[in-house]
Design a protein around this ligand. Structure first.
Ligand code: GLV
Ligand code: MN
Ligand code: MN
Ligand code: MN
Length: 418
């Protein structure tokens, strides 16, 4: 019998350099001139990055598979037939986005698994298999709702609904994914535990000099699609008293949403992120305007009250602008905690590594919010410089990226050891 040659000792500096080099490479997909990225779901840039990422996973010994909604998984099977610790985030982005949102968490997951695969398992003998995941369409900028891939994976959103969602040109998710080779015919690996790391997208960690955020719960969110119906008319010739201007109604709602937040300082965030006007033409009073309105709070009672107040605003706007308003709740989630055992596990990992950590809530949505409803899930944050996010100027220091990777590796190793 021949025994396998001893593994070369790990070279942490070389591993860190490899991670930062891979991060530079991944940031080149969909790179924008101002240093950000544009990688909307199933765009050419997103597809090219996924192909590159599949290559990286395979070079490092992982088996790449896709599920029916295009979630991309890299599998490290260590215990035949055992379920998986699923670790990852998303690589798709907003149209002019930063390079860290989501992408950092996917690459950190991959490198955490590469590092664990290179160990001999003596420290933490494996009980579960490990899967790196790149969830499909977390951002929801091209296809709504956001967090689509994880919502289908966890059974929160029907597969058919996701595949039929269309972008502004009428292309469906199914049509966009069909030519890419990223549509599998299975359900993906069976998850038993989950972990995700992400940039904070706020400035609490930076302000408190904390390197690792231990996410204990999410803010609640309500996302509405609101359509204001008026009547198309000549913008010069029509008498003012005869007008039913959909954009005037929509504008009143934009301001009302902002004023609503001002009534609950610090505990209600609101914004209209998108406004589509029809026919959007000079010399035409718009007949229709559609808004995507986002309301968030760390307190579900505040969110419920804001929902009520918004309804009253809708009635006021209908009367004031002589329009009719349709309001549909398109997506929502609550203030559900992450499992406390996961928070404690991550706290211990940070402490072992000599890193300052603290508990924090996530205001932004993450795939882990879906996953924690199904399996125990650990969510970690690293600082965002100035809290800048969904902006090409998003930045996190290399030292923080590497510290987060260390903690994620330790957390994944321990989750994988059962
Ligand atoms: C998605 O990231 C969201 O916060 O809605
Ligand atoms: Mn994200
Ligand atoms: Mn985002
Ligand atoms: Mn997000």
């Amino acid at each position: 019998m021949t025994s396998s040659p001893p593994r070369p000792p790990r070279d942490p500096a070389a591993d860190d350099a490899r991670f930062l080099r891979d991060f530079e490479t991944m940031s080149s997909f969909g790179a924008t001139p101002s240093g950000g990225v544009d990688r909307q779901a199933a765009s050419e840039a997103d597809n090219a990055q996924r192909r590159w990422f599949a290559g990286l996973l395979e070079e490092n010994g992982l088996r790449v598979v896709y599920d029916r909604v295009g979630n991309q998984f890299g599998l490290l099977e260590r215990v035949p037939g055992a379920p998986y610790v699923v670790v990852g985030s998303h690589m798709d982005s907003q149209p002019t986005a930063g390079r860290y949102d989501g992408a950092y968490g996917v690459l950190a997951a991959a490198h955490a698994v590469f590092r664990i695969a290179a160990e001999d398992g003596a420290e933490a003998p494996p009980v579960h298999n490990l899967a790196v995941v790149n969830w499909f369409n977390e951002e929801g900028s091209r296809f709504t709702p956001s967090m689509m891939g994880s919502a289908v994976y966890t059974g929160k959103l029907p597969l058919e609904t996701a595949l039929a969602a269309s972008d502004s040109s009428g292309t469906t998710v199914a049509e966009a994914l069909a030519p890419t080779g990223f549509l599998g015919d299975g359900d993906g690996p069976e998850a038993v535990l989950c972990a995700e790391i992400h940039i904070e997208q706020g400035r609490l960690l930076e302000n408190s000099g904390t390197t690792i955020g231990l996410v204990g719960a999410s803010w609640a969110a309500s996302k509405y699609e609101i359509t204001v119906h008026g009547e198309q008319a000549h913008s010069g010739a029509t008498a003012m008293e005869d007008r039913r201007d959909a954009l005037v109604g929509a504008s009143m709602l934009v301001v009302a949403a902002r004023e609503l937040a001002d009534r609950f300082p610090g505990v209600l965030h609101t914004a209209v992120g998108r406004l589509d006007v029809y026919p959007n033409s000079p010399v035409v009073v718009p007949s229709r305007a559609t808004l995507l309105l986002d309301l968030r709070s760390p307190d579900e009672a505040v969110l419920a009250e804001a929902d009520e107040l918004l309804l009253a605003e809708v009635a006021r706007v209908e009367a004031a602008a002589n329009v009719t308003v349709e309001r549909t709740l398109s997506h929502s989630w609550g203030v559900n905690p992450y499992q406390p055992e996961g928070v404690e596990l991550a706290r211990a990992s940070a402490e072992r590594l000599g890193l300052r950590s603290g508990e924090i809530m996530t205001v932004a949505g993450h795939d882990s919010i879906n996953m924690k409803e199904r399996v125990p899930t650990v969510m970690l944050f690293v600082p965002s410089a100035g809290g800048v996010s969904h902006n090409e100027g998003e930045y996190t220091e290399d030292a923080d990226l590497l510290a987060g990777l260390e903690v994620l590796t330790d957390v994944t190793r321990r989750l994988g050891a059962g």
